[in-house]
Design a protein around this ligand. Structure first.
Ligand SMILES: [Zn+2]
Length: 205
């Protein structure tokens, strides 16, 4: 198996921006048109400022073929900026409409780029403690996983309007608990210039 990197032409397009898409593998491993559409729809949900900054930092997305890394889930980097997606993650039902795995990894990128959690810990300790007390399902653990989950679920469910069930404990991101966590996002430096987004947190079911 060859995991040679290829660039898709044309690149992805969303919100008037172009986002380079790389795939790792052979010709037959190139992303399908359905996957391209899911990625572009997902990119269309992101807060514009975050997507714009990703593009300005030469960010790109890498879709991996089978037996190319990562074997499952996804990954991210900030220098250079990239989000990578495993071949395997496309089998998960939560990636069929919007790419949840992408949103989680993008949440990590936002956290690191804007020093979101660090800023929240310094400016609003109680909200930081509450945000990171959520449960998390995954191979890696830590407070940054909670930010990535919270960011992804906020975009997926409240901007995208898609149902999402947080497997470890659904109540972490529903009702009063969910509302408090999403509002904590807005207290981080990542949302400092995105005040109108606050209207996007509705009464939570
Ligand atoms: Zn993660």
């Amino acid at each position: 198996m060859s995991c040679v990197n290829n660039w898709r032409n044309p690149p992805l397009s969303a919100q008037g921006l172009t986002i380079p898409l790389q795939w790792a593998g052979n010709q037959q491993d190139r992303p399908t048109s359905a996957q391209i559409q899911i990625l572009e729809t997902t990119l269309g949900l992101l807060p514009f400022e975050h997507l714009q900054r990703f593009v300005q930092s030469n960010g790109y997305i890498r879709a991996s073929g089978p037996s190319c890394t990562p074997a499952s889930g996804g990954g991210y980097g900030t220098s250079p900026s990239y989000i990578r997606l495993s071949y395997e993650c496309w089998r998960d039902s939560f990636n069929f409409t919007y790419q949840y795995t992408f949103l989680h990894e993008f949440g990590h990128w936002v956290d690191e780029t804007y020093q979101a959690l660090n800023g929240l810990r310094q400016s609003a300790r109680a909200e930081y403690d509450f945000l990171v007390a959520a449960s998390h399902h995954g191979r890696t653990n830590g407070s940054n996983e909670r930010f990535a989950d919270c960011y992804a679920i906020f975009v997926f469910r409240y901007i995208g309007g898609a149902p999402y069930n947080h497997r470890p404990r659904a109540a972490d991101y529903r009702g009063a608990e969910g509302r408090r966590r999403f509002l904590a996002l807005f207290l981080t430096p990542a949302f400092a210039n995105l005040q109108p987004l606050q209207t996007r947190v509705p009464a939570v079911p």
